[in-house]
Design a protein around this ligand. Structure first.
Ligand SMILES: Nc1nc2c(ncn2[C@@H]2O[C@H](COP(=O)(O)OP(=O)(O)OP(=O)(O)O)[C@@H](O)[C@H]2O)c(=O)[nH]1
Ligand SMILES: [Zn+2]
Length: 205
């Protein structure tokens, strides 16, 4: 994917299809500083537009990552290991697509391998690839689970996310302690209550 391309299905309309230049992005930040009520020319804010644009490259790096390639390298010599693999408490930061405000929390991922396993760090990398985009928590949950199911073809996948949404905790309704929980259970985790319960117990739920 070239540097200016947006992934299919996320470019939206014609206006969204082309990536703006860095200078255009910095100008947009100056506009927002003025909208907030400050003067983008004052000393402390002079370098802020370029910092914000660099921060965006970090926060939204997921648009330039291919989640499938994160899972491409798998291991099949697993000595008939046929139990669940679980990685819990994977921390993540994302941004809600409604307010572009931070979503912060943790993801718990489990799967029951059929023939192949993936390097455990790749589960965390997969989470980051989807989190570093504009998201809603439900879609983030589904995308992680569906990618694992498609790429590893395990007997099942379980994903649970617990997160706070700054758009709810710092503004609007100001529900400071509210934590949103979402989950997606596929295959045997959906069909078999005992398997699902084993996953939930392992992550302390
Ligand atoms: N379901 C879901 N809602 C989210 C997520 N992130 C933010 N929201 C909600 O998206 C909604 C947007 O609602 P709107 O009424 O269009 O926006 P708003 O006027 O700013 O709403 P308030 O936040 O209630 O002031 C809010 O209720 C947010 O709390 C998410 O990941 N999932
Ligand atoms: Zn929001």
């Amino acid at each position: 994917m070239n540097e200016h391309a947006l992934p299919a299905g996320r470019a939206g309309n014609d206006e969204g299809a082309g990536r703006p230049t860095r200078e255009e992005a910095e100008e947009a930040v100056r506009t927002l500083i003025r909208w907030a009520g400050d003067d983008p020319r004052r000393e402390g804010l002079a370098d802020t537009p370029s910092r914000v644009v660099r921060a965006y490259e970090d926060w939204f790096a997921g648009y330039r990552q291919d989640p499938a390639s994160v899972l491409a390298r798998t291991f099949s010599e697993i000595a008939k290991y046929d139990e669940m693999v679980i990685l819990k408490d994977i921390p993540f930061s994302s941004h809600c697509e409604h307010h572009m405000a931070p979503i912060q929390g943790k993801v718990h991922v489990g799967y029951l391998p059929r023939k192949r396993v993936v390097g455990i760090s790749k589960l965390a990398r997969l989470v980051q690839a989807f989190a570093r985009r504009l998201q809603i928590q439900e879609r983030l949950t589904a995308e992680i689970a569906d990618a694992l199911q498609a790429e590893l073809q395990p007997l099942g996948v379980a994903v649970m996310i617990e997160a706070t949404h700054a758009c709810m905790t710092t503004r609007g309704v100001h529900a400071r302690e509210a934590v949103m929980t979402t989950s997606r259970m596929l295959g045997i985790f959906r069909e078999n209550a005992k398997t699902r319960a084993e996953f939930l117990a392992a992550i302390g739920k």
